[in-house]
Every structure is written in structure tokens, then in C-alpha cells.
Design a protein around this ligand. Sequence first.
Ligand code: BG6
Length: 574
Amino acid sequence: MCGIVGYIGNRNAIPILIDGLKRLEYRGYDSAGLAFFNDDKITLTKSKGQIKELERKISDTWRSKVGIAHTRWATHGEPSEVNAHPHTDCSDKIFVCHNGIIENYKALKEVLIRRGHKFKSETDTEVLAHLIEENLRYKPELAIAKSLKLIKGTYGIVVFFSDYPDRIIAARNSSPLVIGMGDNENFIVSDASAILGRTKNVVYMNDGEMAVLTKDNAKLFSYRGGSASSVNILKRAEKLDFNVQDIQKSGYPHFMLKEIFEQPESLTNSLRGRLIKKEGNVKLGGLENIKERLKSIDRLIITGCGTAYLAGSIGKLMIEELSGIPCEVGLASELRYLPNVDYRQNLAMVAISQSGETADTLAALRRFKEKNILTLGIVNVVGSTVARETDAGVYNHVGPEIGVASTKAFTSQVIILAILAIFLGRERGFLSAGKAKKIIVEIEKLPMLIKRVFGKKNKIKLIAKKYKNYNNFLYIGRKYNFPTALEGALKLKEVSYIHAEGCGAGEMKHGPIAMIDENFPIIAIAPEDSVYDKMASNMEEIKARRGKIIAITTEGNKKIKHIADDWLYIPKTL
Ligand code: BG6
């Protein structure tokens, strides 16, 4: 995923830009570049590959007080130096970094070529530089606004003009941008981690806003149809709630492992101050204002993408079981196309997103808002777009999730959904205080139980080594562990590039079992719960087809030795 860093101030911009790009490396990228102003001209430097390649091209003697930089993750055109950002117009006077996708770039490019523009790259972004060039008879802000009117798609852009080195201009539509305000210096970044330790005063830009940063000022406008209306930036300033240590690997080989091992602490943080064991209840400050409205809802719809959607699938089961409210869960990438259904019921929707910036989740959320439906968010990043655009919500408070493939945010999303289920059940008189108390007691134990699972890390490693050369895996589970199976398969695909599928164990006989042989290991999520006997039958069916079974089951389950090839015990809980 792409990253943007811009700086204007009194210090040397170059190390600040490079350091910012390094902080965004975790998001993945294939090339990088920067443009800075010095000696009356802009220097543009790009390279394919890692940021250290870019650093090699930078002279220690270079100095600048303003510049923009970017890490690119190829979408249009291969990873290469020429396709790396910033991109320029024909006269190399306009420099653009862009996150997002310009959907109508081909049509715009054809028109621009007919008008004589010469393109250097295969990217969608370069269209923007040439469009702005077309409008250069206007002042820079207006030239950008007029160009953006022609764009279909998503963007977070920063633009820098060699004729106006006193400013950096940024605009946003569905791709995050954050302004960092310092003393006689300002920053513009796509992710606040890039400016940690430099300033804590930030403003999260909204869609349709343009920012003009000078060294001692930051102005924000809402632009619509080329005209602009100013926004009081100081009123929007927020304090960043995490620090540099939060985004360091602390001795772990990679962030994902660090975040897996952070779960006892991150769950404790998600739960802090929210469980009232004595009363068999929970306290969710972010829902206080809409408590009364929530009491009368007849139906809930949960949405999200990837792992957040799967957390929602577990949440659906808990909400129905503990609050009695019918609940659906839908992929945000599909729900965004919601037809004009006539909702007679009192409906609420819950959008789940670690980042709070996922484009499909936002699109689905906005589709429901259009229909005046009550919207809630379960979000980790404080001040993110989902957090700002929902009527109410609950923060995860798990700190930055740098690994991108969600781990600690997932378990936190599930636990927040569990306490939301208790909250709804108690508010509506569906769940007794006694039963809620029993669940709360078990929830409180979870951080400690997770630590116990970590005690098995060597066995987990051994199993991973034993099976690492298989090309296909199937994860199966039932009821609460059906979404867990889907999540397991998603993680294996995403981080190991191994083909994996998740399947409801009851569906095996309707097709998937045909694939099973000794080369197709199955991971069976089979704790001793209400569906254990059915899971055991499914495992027998697999064994009969010589499939290899890795079972995840409850400590003390001795029978598993007769069915599974390998097994991992997890502690018993409710
Ligand atoms: C994907 C990540 O790209 O985005 C998943 O790999 C994540 O792990 C998904 O669940 C949705 O992200 P978010 O920020 O909306 O929770």
C-alpha cells in the first residue's frame, strides 16, 4: 500500500522525508521517490526497490526546507523507477504523489495526449499532473480543484509546484491524509506513524477537503465545484494517542509476531474500565448518547472487510445469542451496492475496521447513512474516518497494528462484539445479570489463557515445519468456529502464499470432501463445545479418505489422539 510524506519548515526536509517513508515501510511498497526544492529548482529522485536504494542516490550535501515523498505499491504499471512517484507534468513544474486509484484515467489520458501532453509513465497518477498543467492559468489551489472535478476514483494527493515553493497542497477523497502541525513547520502524511516524535498535533482531513501548508500556517478548505470555503483548522486539531515505542519491533523479527504476542495486553486495554462484574453488566461510554435508540432496534447489520468482516461473523452469533436481536453480517465490498430496500424496521449498522479507512467499509457505511440508519463503529484508529462518520462507537485501544494482516485487532474486535452483545442483552432485558456475570468472569480470564497458548509456541513451530511443504490446506469449524476457520485460511493465504480454504464442517459432504487425500491437510477447529460430536464425525470422514488432520481442541481431550495426526490444546473457556 502506498505512503505519502510531505514537509515544509525550517529544518532539512530530506532526512525528515526519508525517515517518514521508513516509518511507512510496514505497509508494503515496491518503489519510492522524493522531490524537494533547493537552489531555485526542484530535484526529483526515485528508485525501484527498498528505501535504502533511494537513500544511496541522495547526497549528504543536499539541503532543502520543503519536499514531498512517496512509497508506491504498483497498481497501474509495473514496479519501476519511471512509475514511482512523484509524477510530473510536461514541463516538470508540477510534482504529484497520489494514494488511491483514478478509475477514469485511460479516457483522461487519451484526451490529454490528443492535446499534446507527453506521458512518461504507465500510472494513473500522471494524469493528475497533466490535468493540473492544463489548468495552470488559475492559481495552484484552483487549478487542482478544477482538475479533481474531472477525476473518478479515490485519492489522497500532495502537490508541489516549482513556481510556488512556499507551499504544499493536499486533497483527499477516500484515501487518508493527516496534517501534522509543528512550530514553524507542517507535515502532511497518509498515516500518522510517519510523524511520530515530530508533533502530536494532528488534523485528519475529510473527503472533499484541500489543505494548503506553508511553513508557519496550515489552511483547510472544503472545495466543491471549484469554489472553496474555509474550515477552522485549530478547532479540528487532535492529539496523537500513540508514541514511537508503539511502532517499534521490540526485538521481534517482524511486526505480525510482535502483535500476536501483544494480545494479552491489547485485550486488557480493550476491556479496561468496560466490565462491571458486580452488576453483571458492561459500560460502553461511546454508546451512552444513543442508549435509548439502541433499546428499540429490531435488527442489526454488521459490515467490514477481510478479518474485520470475519470478526463480525462471530459477533453476529454472539449478538443473536445474548441479546435476541436478529443480526446479519455482510461484506462491505458487497453491501456498498445495497439496493433501495424499504427498511420498515428499526435498523442499526455496525461498521468494523481496524484502520477506520478501508474504502469499501466507508462506502457501505455511507450507503446506510444515506438511508438515515443509525450507524456504529468498532474502530482502532482514533479519529479515523469511520470513527468520525458513525453516530457512535467503541474504540479497540490496541495500539497501532503495523503487521497489516490483522491479529491483535481481530481478537479485540471479537471481544468488543462480545461486550456489545452483553450490553444489548442487558439493556433490552434479554440477558440476566447472573448469566452476564458468568460471561464477564470468563472474559476477564482471556488474557491469561492466551498467555498459556503462547507456552505452546515450540509445538506450533514443529507442526508448521512438518506441514510447510504442502500446497493446499482446508480449515473447518462449526458455529462460532466456522468464521474462525475462514479467518485461519485467510491468514495462511495472506502471509504464507499457500492455497487455503475455510469451510463449515457440515458442508464437507456437499462437495469439498472430494478434494481430500493424503496431500491435503485439514485444520479442524474442534474445542469440546456443543458441536464437538459433529466435528468428531467430520474428522472421521476425513480420516477415512486418508486426509491429514491437525486438530485444535480443548486441553484434556484424550480422544483426539485416535482421530488427528497432530493436535494443539487450547484452554477451556465458556
Ligand atoms: C486487509 C487486511 O487488507 O484489510 C486485513 O489484510 C484487514 O487483515 C482488512 O482485516 C480490513 O482492514 P480494516 O482496517 O478495515 O480492519
